[in-house]
Design a protein around this ligand. Structure first.
Ligand code: SF4
Ligand code: SF4
Length: 380
């Protein structure tokens, strides 16, 4: 049965909202930024996660990290559109969310608005991969910025939400949010596999494990994070699209914290489906070639500004520096600084862990190499 609702402030909605528990902000909050424009859907992140955490019996269908092609890709099938159908169109006015969250639209006797996917819905994680919206691509489409036919890759992990629906839904109180870093975990001793978390997580990132009869989910590679290393999905990213770190509340944003800079200061990275109300901690740099009307549903009403900012990154040394700092080290970068034409990353103790040129040098090789008597094509 639903417990008494509390009021918590959700900065992504710019208003208070109902939640079953009082707000209890952790000392630090893990967060990720994913640049959708750079992803090539190689699924290296997916396999890095799988081989590290879910290669056991009964975990075959379990992809804690998945990369799906929007608009047709889903894992599990229809995970977002089925919930959006129930919740209705998102309504924003002057930056304030006016619609209901999944906690405010809770049906009687439930903990949040949700649904339990059918077993089959988890069976085909790459359904719709690389499919475009439909029709044929006309000559010259690529010159027009936003494409008439499009698709983009959406990288998905548990959001380690600030107001987790999985946690609030658990009748056994088996799910907890760590005080030290905000990582959300399922206590495998307490869990009885009622699947309320699977039903209520709007991102469908809590999954049922039949052999143990318990639910399992992304653990944010906490053994690595505790030692100052980034998560497996970040370290192995071929496209260098990912950044891991810690985010401050919006009113305490720090200019030299990489995640704060991208989310709160440059405002170039946006939460996915903020209207669900869980205050997710994965932030997306939206794609530049996708119609903004579609994107506003996913990334909120300010998505146009984020796209504009991103397209001007070449004129903004700080933003450009941060974008090249992505996946440049396996260490967690807590602070960054631009000095001259280099960007520096520092760990929690202030030690330099990486430095990268803001502008990568380009070498153009002569077309004809006299010494070897060969012709070469330069790839820059
Ligand atoms: S994404 Fe889902 S499983 Fe992860 S913390 Fe949020 S509600 Fe829980
Ligand atoms: S490894 Fe990086 S580039 Fe490859 S699919 Fe994952 S997020 Fe995309």
């Amino acid at each position: 049965m639903a417990e008494d609702k509390q009021k918590v402030f959700n900065w992504q909605l710019n208003r208070e909202m109902e939640y079953p528990y009082e707000a209890a902000a952790p000392q630090k909050q893990v967060a990720w930024v994913f640049d959708t424009n750079k992803c090539i859907a190689c699924q290296t992140c997916t396999l890095a996660c799988k081989t590290t955490w879910t290669s056991g019996k009964g975990q075959e269908y379990m992809w804690w990290n998945n990369v799906e092609t929007k608009p047709w890709g889903f894992y599990p099938l229809g995970w977002d559109v089925r919930l959006l159908d129930k919740l209705g169109a998102a309504r924003w006015e002057n930056g304030v969310y006016k619609g209901k969250t999944i906690f405010e639209a809770t049906p009687p006797g439930e903990m949040a608005l949700g649904f339990l996917p059918h077993e089959e819905d988890w069976a085909r994680p790459n359904l719709g991969e690389d499919e475009i919206t439909g029709g044929t691509i006309k000559p010259g489409d690529y010159l027009q910025g936003v494409h008439s036919r499009w698709m983009f890759y959406l990288q998905r992990i548990c959001n380690h939400c600030s107001h987790p629906a999985c946690l609030s839904a658990c009748p056994r109180k088996a799910i907890y949010k760590r005080k030290e870093d905000g990582i959300v975990l399922i206590d495998q001793e307490r869990c009885r596999g009622y699947r309320e978390c699977v039903k209520c997580c709007p991102y469908k990132k809590s999954m049922f494990h039949p052999p143990s009869g318990k639910s399992q989910k992304c653990i944010a590679c906490y053994p690595a994070v505790e030692k100052g290393y980034q998560t497996q999905c970040v370290n192995n990213c071929i496209g260098k699209i990912r950044f891991f770190g810690f985010i401050n509340p919006s009113e305490k944003a720090e200019e030299d914290n990489p995640i704060d800079y991208l989310v709160h200061i440059a405002k170039v990275a946006k939460p996915l489906y903020a209207q669900f109300g869980t205050q997710p901690n994965v932030y997306y740099i939206p794609p530049i070639h996708v119609p903004l009307k579609f994107q506003a549903q996913l990334f909120g009403p300010d998505v146009e500004e984020a796209v504009k900012t991103y397209k001007q990154a070449h004129n903004d040394k700080t933003l450009k520096g941060l974008l090249v700092l992505m996946v440049s080290t396996d260490r967690i970068i807590r602070r960054f600084a631009i000095k001259g034409d280099e960007v520096f990353g520092y760990d929690a103790s202030g030690n330099e862990v990486v430095r990268v040129p803001v502008n990568e040098p380009i070498y153009e090789r002569p077309f004809f190499d006299k010494e070897r008597n060969v012709y070469r094509h330069s790839i820059t």
